[in-house]
Design a protein. Structure first.
Length: 284
């Protein structure tokens, strides 16, 4: 099977062109290719499929084989792939996801897509739709007990559920310990992605993320969008200008257009390498 390894600010996936390839068991393939010792090494698997409702479809799987609804860094790489490989010959692209159709605009340099702006849609703040178990319609700066300690969190969905927690210093966090406790907390029936955020100034925040099904990753696009929305709701940043979200893998520019109630994410996408892998032992 042919594949392409791509990354968006360090959030790396194995991409399969399903216009040409067939993947019978995506969950098993995701678990295998994601393994950094016995496979290719990635945060998961993304299949690029034909679509009847958009220019293409993104079908994503986490490294544990679970299917994801949306990946902000992944969708930028999908857009770059279909443009660079001539599958879609235009700079405004529609991509179908489990979270609906997303619209993407490309900046092209030397014939290749380099910078990608994604209309990530409207943030979901209703607790029941995220979903979050709560006594209120929205969860903004609400207390939560985790491992015997009280935190405050804001819940936002950008196609995936996110809990945003503000801390004094992200660098000193023992994320491997606290991350799973948030992910599997009783308040989150579908598990949760958790962003731990340090506010640097009114235009800039710094975050680390524990992704459900993947653990700590270098970047999370939907998480960065959720963080920008939560930071505006909590009064930590200016609501009228883009927010720079600094992740371990690099920076994303996030703008929440309040009049449209749409979130726009701008960031890079990079092709790492192409290759072939034998999946015959998986029955592929």
């Amino acid at each position: 099977m042919k594949f392409t390894k791509m990354q968006g600010i360090g959030n790396d996936y194995v991409y399969i062109n399903c216009f040409e390839e067939t993947v019978k068991d995506p969950s098993a393939v995701a678990r295998f290719v994601s393994d950094r010792h016995f496979g290719i090494g990635s945060d998961g698997l993304i299949l690029i499929r034909p679509s009847q409702v958009a220019d293409c479809e993104m079908d994503m799987y986490n490294l544990d084989g679970s299917q994801g609804a949306m990946c902000g860094n992944g969708i930028r790489c999908v857009a770059k792939y279909v443009f660079d490989h001539g599958i879609v010959n235009k700079t405004s692209i529609s991509i179908a996801t489990k979270s609906g159709i997303k619209y993407v605009d490309l900046t092209v340099k030397d014939g290749k897509a380099s910078l990608i702006r994604v209309n990530m849609g409207s943030p979901i703040l209703q607790a029941t739709q995220i979903p979050v178990v709560a006594d209120t319609e929205q969860v903004i700066d609400a207390p939560i007990q985790v491992d015997g300690q009280e935190y405050h969190y804001t819940a936002v969905s950008m196609g995936n559920p996110h809990a945003i927690v503000y801390v004094e210093d992200t660098d000193s966090l023992d994320l491997a310990k606290i991350g799973p406790s948030f992910e599997n907390h009783v308040n989150f029936p579908d598990r949760i992605n958790t962003e731990f955020v340090q506010v640097l100034d009114e235009h800039t925040v710094k975050m680390r993320v524990w992704e459900r099904g993947s653990g700590e990753t270098l970047a999370c696009g939907t998480g960065a969008c959720a963080v920008a929305v939560a930071s505006i709701l909590n009064g930590h940043v200016s609501p009228d200008t883009p927010v720079t979200v600094k992740l371990l893998g690099g920076d994303l520019q996030i703008f929440w257009n309040r009049s449209e109630n749409l979130v726009y994410m701008t960031g890079p996408a990079v092709t790492v390498f192409d290759g072939q892998i034998d999946l015959s032992f998986l029955g592929e």
